[in-house]
Structures are given as structure tokens and as C-alpha cells.
Design a protein around this ligand. Structure first.
Ligand code: ADP
Ligand code: ZN
Length: 209
């Protein structure tokens, strides 16, 4: 299963990605997580990404495409992979397509999580993120997954959320039609509880893979 997950910030990509990756035994590759762990480790990649991330803008394509290309060369992709947060614009989608075509491993499907704008803002502004495992939670104190401390991501502050939504509409939403034209798009509603959405996603994916 070679899967891309798309949807606006707050649609629950990270949460669903975790369950889907476990279900299909494939690595969860989240570009946002890779940037954040580089930032935490103080690498030059992290420093390069920081100012863009803090403003809710996309990190430049040259940086992001190279980083994903390197990740896709690792040898843990025998069962496939789940990309979360990449591609985020049409150029990235084209680079990914070319990169996978070269290896004769085209995408199996693109799963779109769809959700209303009002719900996004509520979800993101109350979201916290675990400092240890990186998973999102609504818990304001401790991570329910690993017990680590939680914090509010710089880009989950109200001022930055609206910019992220604009960036999504302007730059990321066009990849939905790109993938629809490729015949790869599957859309499921991202409202409801976490288990419900996972079930919806798995049954939709089982029809195509
Ligand atoms: P979200 O909750 O918005 O899905 P992510 O954790 O996926 O957040 O991404 C956080 C930030 O990391 C983005 O706002 C952007 O600055 C940067 N980023 C992540 N993936 C990409 C990408 N594919 N291209 C450019 N920038 C990216
Ligand atoms: Zn945790």
C-alpha cells in the first residue's frame, strides 16, 4: 500500500495516519514531524525550515522534495508507505510522481480527509502536541499515548491558523484535482470520532487495493 493522506490542517491526518500505518504495516512519513524533529535536534535543515513553519508558510520545495526523496531511499518500504503532509502543492506532487515512476512503485491511492472550516479552527486551537512522541492530543497536561509533557505548537496559535488555512486553499487544495484526474483520489469525511473515521478510511481503501 503506497498511500498519500491529504486534507486541511486539523482534519486529523496525523491521528489517522498512525492507525492506518499500523493497520497496513507501513511506515508513517510525516514531513511536518521530520521538520520538527530536525528543529529539536538543531540541524541545519531544522533551522532552514523554522521561519516558514512558524509563519504557517510552506518550506521551499527544493528543501522539502530533497528531504522526501532521501527518506524514500531507506530500506523499510517493502510494504509501502504512508505519506502525511506531502505533497502539499502541485509541483511536489509532480516530483513525487516522477520519483516513484523511476522506481516502478506508483501510488496505490490518495486518501482525502474532508472537513468544514469552522471545525478546523476549533480543533486546531485546542490541540496540544506531545513533546516526546509528537502525537496530537486534546489533553492539556500529559500525552495519553506515552505520558510525555504536551505543548502548543507555534503554528497552532490562532494568528497562524488562518494563514495555514489560506496556504492550504491556495497551494494544497489544487492537488485534490490533480489526484482526481489521475484516478487515485478517495474522499472520506473527517467528522465523527477517531475510530469511525479510521473504519471509513480502511473500508474505502480495501475497495481499491
Ligand atoms: P499540519 O497540522 O498543518 O498538517 P504539519 O505538521 O504537516 O502540519 O506541517 C507543519 C509545517 O511544516 C507546515 O506548516 C510547513 O511549514 C511545514 N511543512 C510540512 N510539510 C511540508 C511540505 N510538504 N512542504 C512544505 N512545507 C511543509
Ligand atoms: Zn506522547
Amino acid at each position: 500500500m503506497r498511500l498519500v493522506l491529504v486534507g486541511p490542517p486539523g482534519a486529523g491526518k496525523g491521528t489517522q495516519a498512525q492507525f492506518l500505518a499500523a493497520h497496513y504495516s507501513i511506515p508513517h512519513i510525516a514531513t511536518g514531524d521530520i521538520f520538527r524533529s530536525n528543529l529539536k535536534a538543531g540541524t541545519s535543515l531544522g533551522l532552514e525550515a523554522k521561519s516558514f513553519m512558524d509563519r504557517g508558510e510552506l518550506v521551499p520545495d527544493s528543501v522539502t522534495n530533497e528531504m522526501v526523496k532521501t527518506r524514500l531511499l531507506q530500506d523499510d518500504l517493502g510494504n509501502g508507505f504512508l505519506l502525511d503532509g506531502f505533497p502539499r502543492n502541485v509541483l511536489q506532487a509532480e516530483v513525487l510522481r516522477a520519483n516513484l515512476a523511476e522506481k516502478l512503485t506508483p501510488l496505490t491511492a490518495v486518501l482525502e480527509l474532508s472537513i468544514d472550516n469552522d471545525e478546523i479552527i476549533t480543533r486546531l486551537s485546542s490541540r496540544r502536541t506531545c513533546k516526546e512522541c509528537g502525537l496530537p492530543t486534546v489533553n492539556k497536561e500529559k500525552c495519553p499515548n506515552c505520558g510525555g509533557d504536551v505543548y502548543q505548537r507555534e503554528d497552532d496559535k490562532v494568528e497562524v491558523i488562518s494563514r495555514r488555512l489560506e496556504v492550504y486553499q491556495e497551494q494544497t487544495a489544487p492537488i485534490i484535482s490533480f489526484y482526481r484526474n489521475e484516478g487515485l483520489l478517495i474522499t472520506v469525511s473527517a467528522s465523527g470520532n477517531v475510530e469511525e473515521i479510521t473504519m471509513r478510511a480502511i473500508s474505502a481503501l480495501n475497495r481499491v487495493s
